[in-house]
Design a binder for this molecule. Structure first.
Ligand code: UD1
Ligand code: BG6
Ligand code: NA
Length: 365
């Protein structure tokens, strides 16, 4: 039921304060993390040589958002695989690997074929899925149900943020034996505890994002630059815009800007730059300066109170968001972009819940 909302995508975006709570419910205990589905496997995972994340579309992007904090909290090297590309290459997967499969539906064909391949190669296979009883949940050795509630809109929104939070809890659980990162883990756990209220706050940008959307309806293209924790935010924001608003959009690594993308910059092409506070902030400030010196049309996402720090000339459109623990910031930062994609789609007159040529997988009977 859509209730008071016009579309499922809209409902699911606004549901995130609640869906994130259900993802965490019963799992943050006594200042630590308890994931019933992983606890018997934590010792094995800690001994693995590598974590390989495998998924498609939005689920791949969620894994990419998790990569930096999984590396940081576990010390285990993490590599990324788009499921179809792993299969095309028949890339190396070993017994010493932990292969983590991320899928909202748990039924995406490429992801399931990659799972069969990893099982044949003897890897420990872990699932991160929203669907209890799905093929992914059944065939993996262990895993975490993200418990975001049924997602109906073809464009994934609440599952994305719940996947990131589930993987943050996974990283905390794997790293929980490390004394050197104890204080860092406590900061992240307290960030998780407050996350839902920060999500409620960022959802208040709805009207502002509708205004921004109306200024972009006739654009041919939209670029999104991110880096570090928010490289995934750039890819996922752009994916939302292309899959529902049917507008060409690319997410790009800001560190690669001078190696090609800079050639595209002019006064017409809108560019979103994600520049919330973290260790990469000063690098993003310099990216903004370089884009402005080429007359780029900029929309800058920054932490609240940072408008003049990111754009001293006042010539950028600024989106201010609440600041949370740096590694959880992707959960906050994607929300204005989900809202933007939603409003852009409605204003352009396209079908929000059933985008052209796309489908969502459902559990088989
Ligand atoms: C489980 C119960 C939950 C209950 C809680 C109480 C289920 C589905 N979950 O949640 O209702 O409130 O105990 O302690 O009954 N798994 C996979 N692959 C996946 C996902 C999960 O193999 O992709 C496995 C897990 O390893 C675990 C089982 O499925 O054995 C349930 O996982 P999950 O629901 O995440 O476990 P809990 O949070 O403990
Ligand atoms: C694609 C959808 O087919 O599958 C994407 O168009 C989705 O929106 C992707 O993100 C992966 O789906 P799942 O269920 O494996 O997370
Ligand atoms: Na299983």
């Amino acid at each position: 039921k859509k209730g008071s909302y016009d579309h499922f995508m809209q409902k699911e975006i606004h549901e995130q304060p609640h869906s994130l709570k259900t993802t965490m419910r019963g799992r943050l205990k006594d200042g630590g993390v308890l994931l019933g589905g992983l606890k018997e496997y934590l010792k094995t995972i800690r001994r693995c040589r590598r974590v390989v994340f495998i998924g498609c579309g939005t689920s791949y992007n969620a894994a990419l958002a998790a990569r930096p904090f999984v590396e940081e909290l576990t010390g285990i090297p993490v590599t990324m695989e788009v499921a179809s590309d792993l299969l095309d290459r028949q890339g190396p997967i070993y017994r010493e690997d932990t292969a983590v499969f991320v899928s909202q539906s748990g039924e995406t064909a490429d992801t399931l074929m990659a799972l069969d391949y990893a099982l044949e190669n003897g890897a420990l296979c872990v699932g991160i899925t929203n669907t209890v009883g799905s093929t992914l949940s059944r065939k993996t050795h262990c895993g975490v149900h993200i418990n975001a509630g049924c997602e109906i809109g073809v464009a994934s929104t609440k599952a994305y943020t719940s996947q990131i939070v589930a993987m943050a809890m996974m990283a905390l659980a794997i790293g929980s034996d490390q004394i050197s990162t104890q204080a860092r883990r406590e900061t992240i756990i307290s960030g998780l505890t407050n996350l839902s209220s920060n999500v409620s706050e960022v959802l208040r940008l709805d009207v502002e994002m509708k205004e921004l959307a109306s200024s972009l309806i006739d654009s041919e293209s939209l670029l999104v630059f991110g880096r570090g924790y928010n490289y995934a935010t750039a890819l996922e924001g752009a994916l939302k815009v292309k899959e529902v608003a049917l507008m060409h959009s690319e997410g790009m690594l800001a560190g690669e800007m001078k190696h090609g993308p800079l050639a595209l910059v002019d006064e017409n092409l809108p560019i979103i730059v994600i520049a919330t506070r973290d260790a990469c902030f000063s690098k993003q400030q310099s990216v903004i300066q370089q884009l402005l010196s080429r007359k780029g049309r900029l929309i800058v996402m920054c932490s609240r109170g940072d408008a003049s720090a990111v754009c001293p000339s006042g010539s950028c459109r600024v989106i201010e968001v609440p600041q949370v623990a740096d590694c959880l910031q992707p959960v906050i930062n994607i929300i204005p972009l989900q809202l933007l994609a939603y409003h852009l789609t409605v204003l352009r007159g396209f079908d929000v819940d059933q985008p052209r040529n796309l489908a969502k997988m459902h559990k088989k009977g």
